[in-house]
Design a protein around this ligand. Structure first.
Ligand SMILES: [Zn+2]
Length: 171
């Protein structure tokens, strides 16, 4: 991969690829074996965990937006069930075991170069585990909906708002 997220060599035979127009856009094409590289969208999952009037957030350990807060979230593995991915990411980043309550929404469009093209957002409820930051989060905790810490992404507030709107008790 190069810094534009594309590839330089054919993954089938190792020949340097060329940019050619294929199926409506420029794509890396192997001049030796004809292999075409199709960029797949990156898919992530995120989970909104409400508890009383608080929401579970994690602090980002790495750039971009290091030190800013976001929902437990991460990329799906190929073949992984999205709800299982949401439970896994929450456990890895916060130590909490959750059950998925409902699907909330899809967020599209990358907020940064290494972000996801598509984020599947779930609402979850904590039912076990011990709150402790891990993986790429250096802090994790519940924050009052009225005084959230600085958020990394503009989509985070909209995900939280969607969850609140689905819970009549919060209105
Ligand atoms: Zn090739």
């Amino acid at each position: 991969m190069n810094n534009t997220g594309s590839i330089l060599f054919c993954v089938q035979c190792g020949t340097p690829v060329r940019q050619e127009e294929k199926f409506g856009r420029l794509r890396p094409v192997c001049p030796a074996c004809g292999w075409i590289y199709f960029t797949d969208p990156k898919v992530a999952v995120a989970v909104v965990v409400l508890e009383g009037d608080r929401v579970l957030l994690t602090r980002r350990m790495n750039p971009p937006f290091q030190g800013y807060w976001s929902l437990p979230a991460g990329f799906m593995d190929a073949g992984e069930d999205p709800q299982a991915a949401a439970r896994r990411e929450c456990l890895e980043e916060t130590g909490l075991e959750i059950q998925i309550i409902r699907f909330l929404k899809v967020i599209t469009g990358r907020e940064h170069e290494h972000g996801a093209d598509l984020i599947l957002v779930y609402e979850g409820k904590a039912h076990g585990g011990i709150l402790q930051a891990g993986d790429d989060a250096d802090q994790a905790g519940f924050f009052s909906l009225n005084s959230l810490p600085p958020l990394a992404f503009s989509s985070t507030q909209s995900m939280i708002d969607t969850a609140i709107n689905r819970n009549p008790g919060y209105k």
